[in-house]
Write a protein that binds this ligand. Structure first.
Ligand code: SF4
Ligand code: SF4
Length: 226
């Protein structure tokens, strides 16, 4: 796959220098998320399980991660450099979220996943390790973390109550915390979940520009162009 083809799929590439990783993010289909969110509200009322929709969402996202990471790795190799793809979520040894944050693809949300300024929480990640010389990008602070301090949507929406309301000390670092001993069994039982991503206000394309402008003002940054 050529780089142009990858770009046309709305992928974002960022590079973190310390560990020579390229992170790829790509947007989920908002109609899927939106539809899912609607189903979630029924689910939370105990009326409907969104099993089929979420499985399709999961498979589509996994396939796009595989294509993106393998396509990018193939292109880097064609330029004469080493490259190894890590398609999420089966990235094995490469933990995808920390380098994605370091490379500026987004901020860590209360739901334990990335919030991106381009795609909100509707993001899936993949990665490539390489020895190609690249210019490192830096973290992107647009107010995602700040917003989570006053938002409780995912905490209140999570059926097994896995999402902590406040940050906790995790391996010496204060950060948002999700209890995976609660999340994973529910995730397996429903053949996937994702209610927290679907319900997150940043996932809504119509809400995202307003949230970005509000948070830029709160952080003393120049609001983005409408
Ligand atoms: S994926 Fe589902 S169970 Fe896991 S934290 Fe999100 S809402 Fe809760
Ligand atoms: S739903 Fe609210 S608290 Fe949860 S990740 Fe999204 S913005 Fe943060």
């Amino acid at each position: 796959m050529k780089m142009d083809a990858l770009k046309s799929h709305r992928h974002f590439f960022r590079y973190t220098e310390s560990s020579s990783k390229i992170q790829v993010s790509f947007n989920g289909d908002f109609n899927t998320f939106s539809n899912y969110s609607h189903r979630c509200s029924h689910h939370l009322a105990g009326k409907l399980c969104a099993r089929r929709q979420s499985t399709e969402q999961h498979i589509a996202g996994t396939g796009r991660g595989t294509r993106a990471s393998y396509g990018l790795a193939n292109w880097i190799r064609s330029q004469g450099y080493y490259a190894k793809p890590y398609p999420g979520p089966s990235a094995e040894a490469l933990v995808l979220i920390p380098p994605a944050i370091a490379a500026g693809l987004g901020e860590l949300g209360k739901h334990g996943s990335l919030i991106s300024r381009q795609f909100g929480s509707g993001v899936r990640l993949a990665g490539v390790t390489t020895d190609m010389p690249l210019v490192a990008t830096g973290p992107d602070r647009f107010g995602g973390d700040e917003f989570c301090k006053t938002c409780q949507v995912c905490t209140n929406s999570c059926p097994p109550e896995a999402i902590s309301e406040h940050k906790q000390l995790v391996r010496g670092v204060e950060r948002w915390y999700v209890d995976f001993d609660k999340c994973i069994p529910y995730f397996a039982e429903t053949a996937s979940c994702g209610i927290c991503f679907a319900m997150c206000p940043w996932t809504r394309p119509d809400a995202r520009p307003k949230l970005l402008a509000t948070m830029a003002r709160r952080l003393g940054q120049t609001p983005p162009e409408p």
